[in-house]
Design a protein around this ligand. Structure first.
Ligand code: CA
Ligand code: CA
Ligand code: CA
Ligand code: CA
Length: 301
């Protein structure tokens, strides 16, 4: 799962190491390509794929007895020439995100709606997934579910998965094996490279690859609170851009983003003691000096 880890800082380091090692004639450092330019290529690539491919929606509409709820993509051609293209299918949803100052479209297919809770982009999730280069080979996947902390995944993964609902949970059989039921959510996300690994190749993913992940979402921890300060991860996204590893989300600029920092404003008072958690679970953000900065983000009080 190391390839799912992603922070800006680690990614930049990786870029230069890989670039240096790649050239046998001596180190050359390739600067990253222009994000806007790459975004346009990705958009065209993804649209072309979504226009010429369909998924096995008929199986999801009328599941055969032995159906395993795997999404299968295929080309619209021959005996499948009358299928509904992904781009025209009502279960495909597109959402715009601004990331690193470029606008991107993220396409999410919800093939089966789960009967449980819906995660945020920053929750912890229990999933099976399979990752492919769009139109190409598989580069990663699981056969038994694993826990993924979405802030540590690439932007497009967590923000795609948040569109699905989980199952209601997992039960254990008498023989110790697990029963996942069939109430889990099934979907896929099409990720432009700029919301994936962009200029950073991994051993199995070339730079600037557009990716598609298919997943089954079994369970989640709702309102994951990684630093235990009483504020769920998703609410520690100070600038509301669905991304947590940046200076704007690190109020005291100590290098620990707020969702991993128990004292967000660095005033020596724990965040937990600068907010009020109400009986119904909601949070009141007190502002003692009425300067519109809540106490937990205000080093002055
Ligand atoms: Ca927190
Ligand atoms: Ca943010
Ligand atoms: Ca901090
Ligand atoms: Ca504080």
């Amino acid at each position: 799962m190391n390839m799912m880890k992603n922070t800006v800082f680690a990614a930049l380091g990786l870029l230069f190491i890989v670039s240096c090692q790649k050239d046998d004639d001596g180190p050359t450092i390739q600067p990253p390509r222009d994000r806007g330019e790459v975004q346009q290529e990705s958009e065209a690539n993804l649209e072309a794929y979504l226009e010429t491919h369909f998924y096995n929606y008929e199986d999801f509409e009328n599941p055969p007895a032995d159906f395993n709820y795997d999404i299968v993509f295929d080309t619209i051609a021959g005996e499948n020439s009358d299928k509904t293209a992904l781009i025209d299918h009502p279960n495909l949803k597109s959402t715009q995100y601004n990331y690193q100052e470029v606008n991107y479209t993220l396409y999410v297919l919800e093939a089966k709606e789960g009967e449980g809770a819906q995660p945020t982009f920053a929750d912890s999730t229990f999933v099976n997934y399979r990752g492919n280069i769009v139109g190409g080979r598989k580069f990663d996947g699981t056969t038994t579910p694993i826990w993924l902390n979405l802030p540590e995944t690439i932007f497009g993964f967590g923000n795609g998965l948040k569109e699905l609902k989980a199952g209601k949970g997992i039960t254990q059989n008498e023989d110790g094996s697990f029963n996942y039921g069939t109430d889990y959510g099934v979907g896929a996300v099409f990720i432009p490279s700029g919301l994936g690994y962009f200029s950073n190749p991994t051993t199995s993913i070339p730079a600037y690859s557009d990716l598609v992940f298919r997943f089954k979402l079994y369970s989640i921890v709702k309102d994951t609170d990684e630093d235990g300060d009483g504020i769920p991860n998703a609410l520690e996204d100070v600038n509301n851009n669905f991304y947590l590893f940046e200076a704007e989300d690190d109020t005291d600029r100590d290098g620990r983003p707020n969702f991993q920092d128990a004292d967000d404003d660095g005033d020596g008072i724990l965040t937990r003691d600068e907010i009020v958690i109400n009986e119904d679970g909601s949070i009141t953000f007190t502002d003692s000096n009425n300067d519109d900065t809540p106490d937990y983000l205000d080093p002055d009080n």
